[in-house]
Design a protein around this ligand. Structure first.
Ligand SMILES: C[C@H](O)[C@@H](O)CC(=O)C(=O)O
Ligand SMILES: [Mg+2]
Length: 445
C-alpha cells in the first residue's frame, strides 16, 4: 500500500511592502497602508509545498504570523488524504479547537490566519490534481465539493441538500461556460486610479491610461470630504465618459444617515455602488442605506471585512448588500468562500470579490471563475476588483487583457512569491527594509 503524504512542517514569514510611500492603497480609514501578508508554507514529506497568504496593512502582520504558528500542532503529521477526504470536518476542527476558538470564533486575527493555512492546503490539493483551483472546483462532484463546507449556523438558510441542488442544476452548460471563460476571460474593474491619497493630476493621468488599455469599470475612494469626492468624481466622469461604470468606496467611514446624505450628493456622477459605507458589522445600517439609495440608483456593496458565512447570511437575508464582496483571506479560505458563493446564488446577489491588497487578485479570480462556470452561470453584474500593485513579486501573476482577467492555467491556488522578493521584503531583516531604515524612510519598530 502506498504511504500517505503527510505534512512535515508549517512556516510563516512576515512580508511587508512599503506601499505607503506612494499612498498606494490609501483610503478614508487607512491613510498610509503598507500592504503586507503572512506568507505561509506547508511542506509535505514528498517535498511538495503549498503556499498561502492573508492580507494585512502593516504592523498587525506580525500578530497574524503568531496566530499561524499557533496552528502548527493541528497540521504537522496530518495525512493530506485524511484532510481532503473530509475537508469540512477538518476545517471545523481548525476553527473550533477548544483552546483557540475563544480568540474568534471565526473572526478577526485568528480567522485571517485560518485563511492563510486553508488556502495553502487548497494550493496543495490543486497542485496534486495538476489543475488551477477554479478548475479543481468546477470539476468536483457536487457532493464532494459540498462536503468541504462547514454548514454550522447556516442551515436555517442554506442546507447541504439545497447546496448540492444548486450545483447539480448548473451541471448542464458547464462545458460551454468554461469555453466562454477561456476565450473571453472575466470582467474586472480597476481601483488603481482612485486611491484617496492620489492627487487630481495623478487620478486623471491614470484614468486616461486605463481607458486607453481598455478598462471600462472604475472605483474611487471617498469619505474624507464630500466636496473633494465630488470634484474627483467629476474628474473621473470627464476622463472616462458617462458610459463607463464608476463605483465608490468609503471604507466604513460614515454614520448611517451621513452615508445616505453624502451619496445623494454624489448621485449625479452615476455611481453604481457605494462600498462599505458604515461599520462592517452593521447589517441593519447597511439595509437602511440600501433602501434610502434605491431611488437614486446606487446599490450597497460590502464584504471585505465581513467576518464569516454567518455575517454574510444576515446581510443577504436583510437585503443589506446588492454586491457581495467576498475576500479570499478574510473568510476562512476556499471552503467558506464556496459557502458564501452558494448563499449569494440563493439570494441572486452577484459576487464581486474584493482584491485590493497583496495576492488577493491572484486568489479571488479563481473564486469568480468557479462561480461563473458552476454556480451562478452568469457574468452579468459581476466583476473582479483589480489593484495594480505588487504583481511583479508573484510567481504566477494575474493576466489581464482589455479589463478582463484571463483564466489562470498554472496548477494550484498560487500565491508563491519569488525568493528575491521574500528575501528583500521580509520584515524587519529583508534587504529592502534594512536599506529603507538606513535611509530614514521608515523607523524600525
Ligand atoms: C487598505 C486597502 O487598500 C483598502 O482600501 C482596499 C479596499 O477597500 C478595496 O480594494 O476595496
Ligand atoms: Mg473596499
Amino acid at each position: 500500500m502506498e504511504k500517505p503524504t503527510k505534512i512535515t512542517s508549517v512556516s510563516v514569514k512576515d512580508i511587508r511592502f512599503p506601499t505607503s510611500l506612494q499612498k498606494d492603497g490609501s483610503d478614508a480609514m487607512h491613510k498610509a497602508p503598507d500592504y503586507s501578508c503572512p506568507y505561509v508554507a506547508i511542506v509535505t514529506d514528498t517535498g511538495l509545498a503549498g503556499y498561502g497568504t492573508t492580507f494585512t496593512v502593516g504592523r498587525g502582520n506580525h500578530i497574524v504570523c503568531c496566530a499561524v504558528e499557533a496552528f502548527e500542532k493541528q497540521l504537522v503529521g496530518q495525512a493530506l488524504s485524511d484532510i481532503f477526504n473530509d475537508f469540512g470536518s477538518f476545517w471545523q476542527s481548525l476553527v473550533s479547537e477548544d483552546q483557540m476558538r475563544w480568540l474568534g470564533p471565526e473572526k478577526g486575527v485568528i480567522h485571517l490566519a485560518t485563511a492563510a493555512i486553508v488556502n495553502a492546503l487548497w494550493d496543495l490539493w490543486a497542485k496534486i490534481e495538476k489543475k488551477p483551483l477554479w478548475k479543481l472546483l468546477v470539476d468536483m462532484e457536487p457532493e464532494k465539493l459540498v462536503s468541504t463546507i462547514d454548514f454550522r449556523h447556516m442551515t436555517d438558510t442554506l442546507t447541504k441538500e439545497e447546496a448540492i441542488d444548486i450545483l447539480k442544476k448548473m451541471q448542464s452548460g458547464k462545458q460551454e461556460r468554461e469555453k466562454e471563460l477561456l476565450e473571453k476571460g472575466f470582467p474586472a474593474y480597476t481601483t488603481s486610479c482612485g486611491w484617496l491619497g492620489y492627487s487630481d493630476e495623478k487620478i486623471k493621468k491614470l484614468a486616461t491610461e486605463a481607458l486607453a488599455e481598455g478598462w471600462t469599470r472604475f472605483k474611487m475612494k471617498v469619505g474624507a470630504d464630500v466636496k473633494d469626492d465630488c470634484r474627483r468624481a467629476k474628474i473621473f466622469r470627464e476622463t472616462v465618459g458617462s458610459d463607463c461604470l464608476l463605483m465608490v468606496d468609503a471604507n466604513q467611514r460614515w454614520e448611517v444617515q451621513e452615508a445616505i446624505d453624502w451619496m445623494k450628493q454624489m448621485a449625479e456622477y452615476k455611481i453604481l455602488f457605494i462600498e462599505e459605507p458604515t461599520n462592517p458589522d452593521d447589517v441593519m445600517g447597511h439595509a437602511t442605506i440600501a433602501e434610502a439609495l434605491k431611488p437614486v440608483g446606487i446599490g450597497v456593496a460590502t464584504g471585505e471585512m465581513c467576518q464569516n458565512r454567518v455575517m454574510f447570511k444576515q446581510f443577504l437575508k436583510a437585503g443589506a448588500m446588492q454586491y457581495c464582496q467576498i475576500d479570499a483571506c478574510r473568510l476562512g479560505g476556499v471552503n467558506e468562500c464556496v459557502a458564501v458563493i452558494l448563499l449569494a446564488a440563493k439570494y441572486k446577489v452577484p459576487v464581486c470579490p474584493h482584491a485590493g491588497g497583496v495576492a488577493l487578485c491572484e486568489l479571488v479570480q479563481h473564486l469568480s471563475m468557479f462561480d461563473f462556470v458552476a454556480v451562478s452561470g452568469s457574468m452579468e453584474n459581476r466583476m473582479i476588483e483589480f489593484a495594480d500593485h505588487l504583481h511583479e513579486h508573484m510567481l504566477a501573476p494575474v493576466v489581464l487583457k482589455g479589463g478582463r482577467y484571463q483564466a489562470p492555467q498554472t496548477p494550484g491556488y498560487v500565491v508563491g512569491m519569488h525568493d528575491k522578493s521574500l528575501a528583500d521584503f521580509e520584515y524587519p531583516n529583508g534587504a529592502e527594509w534594512q536599506r529603507m531604515f538606513k535611509e530614514g524612510l521608515f523607523q524600525p519598530e
